[in-house]
Write a protein that binds this ligand. Structure first.
Ligand code: ATP
Ligand code: CA
Ligand code: CA
Length: 423
């Protein structure tokens, strides 16, 4: 997948969808956040809040440009995750996602058919997911929640919200909001998506030489002789966290996830400016909905007040021109997390734990594929042709062990040591 933004204008096929997503998020999240926090109950994990938008509007939903329905899943659980464990500032979250939005798509070149959208400040990603992935996330939500609670430094994708948009003809689009592992203020010079599998895990080096943003795979990593250069301290921490995270993935029977590794070379810095080329502003011109503010105006409830605020802050006119200025420094919320505290990432160290010239941006992504779904079939067919332990779809326990062993094998203190050998 290539990280190139396409401008989403009103004529873009996904303009309406994007508009509806953003409008839904804005209203649902601000309503949820306006409520007084209370301890979670079991019901919070199965809760769903429904909103119906149309051009007229009502007390709950201001008028919108289009007719659509919006569903917010387990809003209180995600709120607690965001605020108490992922250390997001509530106002920031809403503003990032609803301010004059974003740049588009990481396209949909993957076989999954998902679309990716970045928030304007590049901190958040909206990923459309399949219905099966959506059901799966809900089914493991309490385990995911407990894991995050017990593992504040988890490397797993940070899910901030789970939502659904339903268009008038009944088309349903499910999506999650999650962390962008890559920082807005640093160029990523090399990207790898590692699964610990070697079969079919090669991106054409010829194509890669023409595209600095190519996402390379396991065999490219091995052939290039790469290692995660981490001294004993960081190596031990990362190994332990990966072990715990892969135990969870084993337990919930997922597979097909990967360790995404972005590499920034400090000496090279930002001079290639790979970032800004990739970013174009998408301005859905979410309307300030002045007219309907009067309807909500009467409301003295915290919800009505929060909604008025949300509308004000997301008025594009208040946010100036459509230029996209990415911050030049780290935004701060990542400081709390061991693996994201050096410029939003993890700085490489040598055998004496001294910092070297590389910063890694790491995380375990694409963690919503239950083994029970399509994979059993694929496993069977592929298993006939290749060594069944090396191919990508193996059962979850085997997948997790292979994943974890691979990651352990590719770590060493910077400046020396061996190489990972292909089997
Ligand atoms: P497939 O199932 O075919 O692998 P997918 O549509 O499920 O594809 P992912 O594997 O989740 O997509 O992600 C595809 C690519 O998008 C990754 O290799 C990475 O380059 C980028 N990406 C995904 N999640 C993130 C993230 N949280 N931060 C930064 N980049 C990401
Ligand atoms: Ca993937
Ligand atoms: Ca996937």
């Amino acid at each position: 997948k290539v990280l190139v933004g396409n401008l989403i204008g009103e004529d873009h096929v996904n303009y309406v969808l994007m508009y509806n997503m953003l409008t839904g998020i804005r209203i649902a999240v601000s309503r949820c956040q306006a409520k007084i926090k209370r301890p979670l109950t079991d019901e919070d994990f199965t809760a769903r809040h429904k909103y119906s938008f149309d051009i007229v509007g009502n007390e709950l939903t201001p008028s919108a440009k289009y007719d659509f329905k919006f569903k917010d899943y387990a809003p209180n659980v995600f709120r607690e995750l965001r605020e108490d464990y992922f250390q997001l500032d509530p106002a920031d979250y809403l503003l990032s996602l609803t301010a004059k939005y974003i740049l588009s798509e990481l396209g949909s070149p993957g076989k999954s058919g998902s679309f990716f959208y970045f928030s304007r400040d590049y901190r958040f990603i909206i990923k459309t997911i399949r219905h099966s992935e959506h059901k799966f996330l809900l089914s493991i939500l309490s385990e995911y929640y407990s894991h995050v609670k017990n593992n504040p430094h988890t490397l797993l994708s940070r899910f901030y919200g789970l939502h659904r948009v339903k268009l008038p003809r009944g088309r349903k689009i499910h999506f999650v909001i999650m962390n962008n592992l890559f920082p807005p203020h640093k160029d990523i010079h090399e990207t790898f998506d590692l699964k610990g599998s070697t079969v079919g895990r090669l991106y054409s080096e010829e194509k890669a030489s023409q595209n600095p943003r190519a996402v390379l795979k396991d065999l490219n990593w091995i052939n290039r002789g790469k290692m995660l250069e981490l001294g004993p301290e960081k190596r031990a921490l990362l190994t332990e966290q990966l072990r715990r995270d892969s135990e969870l993935l084993k337990k919930v029977h997922v597979m097909d996830y990967s360790l995404l590794v972005g590499i920034h070379n400090v000496r090279r810095g930002n001079r290639d400016n790979v970032r800004s080329n990739t970013l174009k502003v998408f301005s859905p011109a979410v309307p300030p909905i002045r007219r309907k503010i009067t309807q909500i105006k009467g409301g003295r409830s915290p919800e009505a007040i929060a909604m008025r605020q949300a509308m004000r802050t997301s008025d594009p006119k208040r946010l100036g021109a459509g230029t996209l200025n990415l911050p030049e420094v780290d935004t701060g919320d990542r400081q709390h997390f061991i693996f994201y505290q050096d410029e939003g990432g993890l700085q490489a160290t040598d055998e004496s734990n001294e910092a070297t010239d590389t910063i890694y941006y790491l995380g375990v992504i694409d963690i919503l594929t239950p083994y029970a779904s399509v994979k059993k079939l694929e496993h069977f067919w592929k298993g006939l042709k290749a060594d069944r332990h090396k191919i990508s779809p193996v059962p979850p326990v085997e997948y997790a062990d292979r994943f974890f062993n691979f990651m352990k094998a590719i770590m060493r203190g910077g400046g020396g040591g061996g190489r990972f050998k292909a089997e």
